[in-house]
Design a protein around this ligand. Structure first.
Ligand SMILES: Nc1ncnc2c1ncn2[C@@H]1O[C@H](COP(=O)(O)OP(=O)(O)OP(=O)(O)O)[C@@H](O)[C@H]1O
Ligand SMILES: [Mg+2]
Length: 376
């Protein structure tokens, strides 16, 4: 694989703004609101967030399909903000694959190189090496309509990679595939990206996909970046309820700060004394009302445990049992992965739970995430 050579370069988005002007039926729309983002050379960074939060717009600005209202885009040392798309050396893989239906697999992959004016034997060599890399050997004479979704997606990636882009861009590339193939393909994409060591920006609204393939995840909300971190950092230490909810399931328990000392915050939660490791940057004070963020799988059954609960609902999912548990006036979701030894509880059973103090986060109280009107 020395024929296709990728230069690994860092990418910077500096104070990037995109405002779509008002038109007939719609108001002015700030799609991306002054974001800063760095993608290190060879890194795969994922933009994750709900529909309309600005993921595609960010990607399109980097590709050059959309002109920023303000801010700069730098690839390597080059400010590319005012360069047209075809001068930026980015490769894009779309959700819809966007293959040419009347061309064969081979011709689809070769197309970009021909446009660039490469000599025939150069084109041939590069296309062949990418075909080998993507394991498309047996499909080269087929047209896209005679390929499965997964195969079409491999052709789309091959077509993007063959031009040796400095940055590879993916916009929800797997969302047309069924669940099993999606899992398989995301591992394939990650392998290829790492083999080529190609700087990549990946857009998805699937949290597990983001966790599985990313070096870093960027959580976007309403045109803004809420948090950037490794999947583990974001899962374990979300900085807001929005992030916690987007990166998995979370319980938000209303509690009151009783004391703060020796790295431990002591809370009152439904009359129970709850200790939490103090890793917060919020400067909480005694008597502050807060939200404890506790993931459903971080609770565990303990006969001598602290928290007395009543089972409201139990759903058996095979690998775990999901419970809705009433503790005092609040409800929590508890996922028991240990149900083989613990047994399965049923509605109205009493249960005693515990949770480790290093698995709880503390966030400022937000009534929108109150347990009693939290739709989960
Ligand atoms: N060409 C456009 N003209 C006007 N508004 C636009 C245009 N493109 C996007 N928007 C608006 O900008 C915002 C961000 O859109 P964008 O497509 O970036 O979202 P997204 O995060 O990719 O969402 P999805 O997950 O649904 O693909 C939305 O409010 C959208 O309506
Ligand atoms: Mg989009």
């Amino acid at each position: 694989m020395s024929i296709v050579e990728i230069k690994s370069l860092p990418v910077q988005l500096n104070d990037l703004l995109k405002v779509f002007p008002a038109n007939a039926g719609s108001e002015e729309q700030t799609a991306v609101n002054h974001i800063d983002l760095e993608i290190k050379a060879g890194e795969l960074v994922t933009l994750l967030g709900p529909s309309g939060c600005g993921k595609t717009t960010t990607l399109r600005m980097l590709a050059g399909f959309e002109q920023p209202t303000d801010g700069a885009i730098v690839i390597g040392n080059e400010n590319v903000t005012n360069l047209p798309a075809n001068k930026r050396d980015t490769g894009m893989v779309f959700q819809s694959y966007a293959l040419f239906p009347h061309l064969t697999v081979y011709e689809n992959i070769a197309y970009g190189l021909k446009i660039k004016g490469l000599k025939r034997n150069e084109v041939n060599k590069k296309v062949k090496s990418v075909i080998e890399l993507m394991q498309l050997d047996e499909l080269i004479d087929r047209q896209p309509s005679h390929l499965s979704g997964g195969q079409q997606q491999r052709v789309a990636v091959a077509r993007a990679v063959v031009t040796e882009p400095k940055v590879l861009l993916f916009d929800e590339p797997l969302s047309n595939l069924d669940a099993k193939l999606r899992v398989y393909m995301r591992e394939e994409l990650r392998k290829i990206q790492q083999n080529l060591n190609i700087t990549s920006l990946y857009v998805t609204h699937d949290q597990t996909e983001a966790m599985a393939i990313s070096d870093k995840v960027v959580i976007m909300n309403n045109g803004n970046i809420e948090q950037v971190g490794t999947p583990t950092e974001i899962y374990k230490k979300p900085i807001s309820q929005f992030v916690a909810n987007f990166m998995g399931k979370a319980n938000f328990l209303k509690a009151t700060v009783k004391s703060i000392d020796n790295g431990i915050i002591t809370l009152d939660f439904e009359g129970y004394t709850m200790h939490v490791d103090n890793k917060d940057d919020h400067n909480f004070k005694r008597d502050n009302i807060v939200h404890c963020m506790a993931r459903p799988e971080f609770w565990y059954v303990n006969e001598n445990g602290r928290y007395q609960g009543k089972v409201l609902k139990a759903i058996y999912f095979g690998s775990f049992v999901e419970y809705e548990i009433q503790i005092g006036q609040q409800r929590i979701t508890f996922e028991d992965y240990n149900h083989i030894s613990n047994g399965v509880y049923k509605q109205d059973d009493q249960i005693t739970l515990d949770i480790r103090k290093d698995t709880i986060g503390i966030l400022p109280y937000d009534k929108n995430y109150d347990e009693n009107n939290n739709e989960r």
